[in-house]
Write a protein that binds this ligand. Sequence first.
Ligand SMILES: [Zn+2]
Length: 234
Amino acid sequence: MKATFTFIAPLNDFLPRQYKSTPFSLEFAPHQSLKHLIESLGVPHTDFGQVLVNGQEVDASNRLREGDQVTIYPANSHMEGEARFVLDNHLGQLATYLRMLGFDCLYRNDYQDDELARVATQEERVLLTRDRRLLMRKVIRLGYCIHQTDPRQQAVEVLKRFGLQGQVRPFQRCLRCNSPLQVVNKEDILERLEPLTKIYYEEFHICPNCSQIYWKGSHYGHMLEMIESMAAQA
Ligand SMILES: [Zn+2]
């Protein structure tokens, strides 16, 4: 049995070369669900959205019939409520950028795949990874396969994919450990400040979890520029 498949960009990135950006015919067995067929072509279930068969929207658990015309669209649902993520080991720089933008991002460089899947499921976090096999695990409900390789472009990609442009809250979160920052009195941290910092700055924030101190020093302008440029591209 055969059906014709058309994948809408950016899903073409997942497909083997001969199937990219062109409708193609695929043989299937009667017991295979659409979801199974689509994932067997390399597209994780987290990353596709609407599926049309002969122009009608269908559930991905459906099966196909001979000669069906299938069109698969990328998932484009925007986040309702607070966006919360867990990132795989290779996305450390992206985690820092997303925290800088104010988003809740769990990241450790030693998370194992099973642990990532468990945290994503139990805490209802969106799993961000470049490993599409990880996203094909059944338990993963919310996830997204990062296409870009440059971390800044990855951050833009996440903002766009989840419609987060309006939720950017810079400098609210610890870049090291993800905790929300608190205002702290200068007198309370005076002994931890460098001499020039003591002189030039009055406003400080502290991470209640790891005690890292933040202030709007020379790095601040640079970071703000970067945030504005990322938000503008999204
Ligand atoms: Zn911290």
